[in-house]
Design a protein. Structure first.
Length: 261
């Protein structure tokens, strides 16, 4: 079966800093994959490379067999790939509803949006209705007319997920969705994300919260200094010597297993 996402030998360096080296993995449609690793191990850069926010130096990225690595971000959105950012930045003067509606135009590209082409205008009613459904689903209906920049940290995370969903993605990549989020909302996020997966969206989730990873994911990819050092189930993480070495920075001993999870 062709994987939904196939990443082969991807490398990226910034100057002399080799951030990703020979990164290869597959994700099949319907999977929920966790991406973990210490700070600076290359997780966000990997998401940037897949979503067109940075161009890999080497390697190939295929979505359903189609190469993405030479495309720019809005073209990649058209292939059904969406993502959120680790630190969601919200525009100062737009409401929650307006920001979500803008998320529905990400695939049109700069010129179509600027010129307000017929296809952009035609889709406005559809966009408004989808925005309403997503606000309901992501607990944002009460704040729909509030300035997006004034939302709480957790609400901004939900808003960025809603924006990413506007384009009906096949693959949704989330960069630290629970950072700074209250445990109650974290639990709700697990339920919401499982529901998205049940609706047919494949999920790739970068996270530091191991509890969240264990609750949500079926498989994990572990990055350390730009290399994939393990691919395993969440249950196997705490006994994987490469994972322990990545997190503890030295030869792992059985007694240290508890430190990770
Ligand atoms: N645009 C950039 N220019 C220069 N260096 C960069 C750039 N983006 C990332 N890096 C470097 O790449 C390395 C990996 O960064 P990245 O943000 O991918 O790590 P991460 O695994 O997401 O870390 P964290 O868990 O802290 O978010 C870091 O050393 C970072 O400084
Ligand atoms: Mg990061």
């Amino acid at each position: 079966m062709t994987p939904l996402l196939k990443v082969s030998n991807v490398a990226k360096a910034y100057g002399g800093n080799r951030v990703l080296e020979s990164v290869s993995f597959n994700i099949h449609a319907g999977e929920i994959i966790g991406v973990i690793g210490p700070n600076g191990s290359g997780k966000s850069t990997l998401l940037n490379a897949i979503s067109g926010f940075t161009r890999p130096d080497h390697g190939e990225i295929l979505i359903d067999g189609q190469p993405l690595q030479h495309l720019v971000a809005h073209q990649i959105v058209r292939h059904g790939v969406a993502r959120t950012f680790q630190l969601p930045a919200m525009p100062e003067k737009m409401t929650v509803l307006e920001v979500i509606m803008a998320g529905g135009t990400a695939h049109h590209g700069f010129w179509s949006n600027l010129l307000n082409t017929p296809s952009v205008r035609r889709s406005e009613r559809e966009t408004r209705s989808r925005a309403g459904q997503l606000m309901e689903r992501l607990l944002l209906s009460q704040v729909r007319d509030n300035p997006a920049a004034a939302l709480s940290g957790g609400q901004k995370k939900l808003l960025s997920i809603a924006c990413a969903l506007m384009g009906h993605p096949r693959l949704l990549m989330l960069d630290e969705p629970t950072a700074g989020v209250h445990p109650n909302l974290r639990r709700e996020m697990v339920t919401m994300l499982k529901q998205l997966a049940a609706d047919g969206i494949t999920l790739m989730v970068v996270e530091h919260d191991m509890h969240f990873i264990r609750e949500l994911c079926e498989r994990c990819i572990v990055l350390d200094r730009g290399h994939i050092v393990a691919e395993c189930t969440p249950a196997e993480l705490s006994s994987n010597v490469h994972v322990l070495q990545a997190y503890l920075g030295k030869k792992a001993h059985a007694a240290e297993k508890m430190t990770l999870c």
